[in-house]
Design a protein around this ligand. Structure first.
Ligand SMILES: [Zn+2]
Length: 336
């Protein structure tokens, strides 16, 4: 397959990486210029993590302040996406649209759900239930999971009210089933691979992939080696997970969420400091293998090689995330 064909697709398609990690150190902007790596590869949108599990609400807000202030200083290249129109505008203007995500509802463990509205208004597009371990909202995928709690249900209703996408990555399977049954709109697994391809507690079984598709949701395939399987041929590894999900539920329920960690040392330090959050990690070197954004053209060629038609490739590259966002985000909730 010719490289130029892949390039043509990348120019025409909306390309959206639904989960990337910059260092969670407010006002340390040293890694943010690397967003240019995504923009120059052809990505039009990226979702940046602002916290997970153990950080407080205050710490999440500090990260939002930090990202917003840097992005506001670089309006020629980046914009913050509050609506799908912002994403479309970024593509037209050859900018990278940036939005935010939160990995876990633990920041709301005190019972106050009012901050959800502010978080949405400041660009948080999706939030998952529990980061590996249980919290007051529900169970984590590496804990004993007793399901979505009444508090978790209240959070879900408030997310639906303000237009934030509910996500079940990192969460326990029972909690995921509960949330998908209770949700009125699409539910995503923002960054979760298929257990049928590579068995891991962080990956999800076919049953959950099917349930996600029934809600109209999307499973984002992530590029962390530990979840992909053995080896460093990232495009081939990602394609195995993408194709498994495509064969199971069709191309409208798969997306990209590379989970690329720009500050590799921060990831190593975190894994060493919090071994309890990663109970079945094989070793550090394996855990920090990850597909870089530069894998993108090879991924497109791989999908062409598998015989996917152009609409299918467009869906996987970003069309599916856009569809879910268009359905869930409420522009009216965002101040002008
Ligand atoms: Zn994650």
């Amino acid at each position: 397959m010719s490289e130029s064909k892949a390039e043509a697709i990348l120019q025409e398609a909306l390309v959206w990486d639904n989960h990337a990690c910059m260092p969670l150190r407010p006002h340390d902007h040293s890694f943010l210029p690397q967003l240019e790596r995504l923009r120059s590869m052809g990505f039009d949108a990226v979702t940046l993590n602002i916290g997970f599990g153990t950080q407080s609400l205050k710490e999440h807000l500090a990260m939002l302040d930090s990202f917003h202030s840097w992005l506001a200083q670089h309006p020629d290249r980046y914009l913050v996406a509050y609506t799908v129109s912002d994403i479309d505008r970024a593509r037209q203007e050859h900018k990278l649209a940036v939005l935010f995500d939160i990995e876990g509802m633990a920041l709301l463990d005190d019972g106050d759900i009012e901050p959800i509205s502010e978080l949405r208004q400041r660009g948080v597009g999706w939030m998952l239930v529990a980061y590996n371990r249980n919290n007051a909202a529900g169970g984590g995928c590496m804990d004993s999971d007793s399901g979505l709690t009444a508090h978790g249900q209240r959070i879900l209703r408030e997310m639906e009210r303000v237009g934030m996408i509910p996500c079940c990555s990192h969460s326990g399977h029972r909690t995921a089933r509960d949330l998908m049954a209770a949700a009125e709109g699409p539910v995503i697994f923002s960054h979760s691979n298929a257990s049928a391809v590579h068995d891991h507690l962080r990956n999800i079984p076919d049953e959950l992939i099917r349930a996600c598709a029934v809600t109209g949701g999307v499973v984002g395939v992530n590029g962390i080696g530990e979840f992909l399987g053995d080896g460093t041929d990232y495009a081939a590894l990602l394609l195995r997970h993408i194709d498994h999900i495509v064969q199971l539920v069709g191309p409208r329920h798969v997306g990209l969420a590379l989970d690329y960690c720009f500050d590799r040392q921060e990831l190593v330090d975190y894994l060493l400091a919090k071994p309890e959050l990663f109970p079945n990690m094989s070793d550090i070197e394996s855990a920090v293998r990850m597909a870089p954004p530069e894998v993108l053209p090879e991924l497109v060629e791989g999908m062409q090689g598998l015989g996917y038609d152009e609409p299918a490739i467009h869906s996987v590259l970003g069309g599916n995330w856009r569809r879910v966002a268009a359905q869930v985000w409420k522009p009216a909730a965002i101040p002008a």
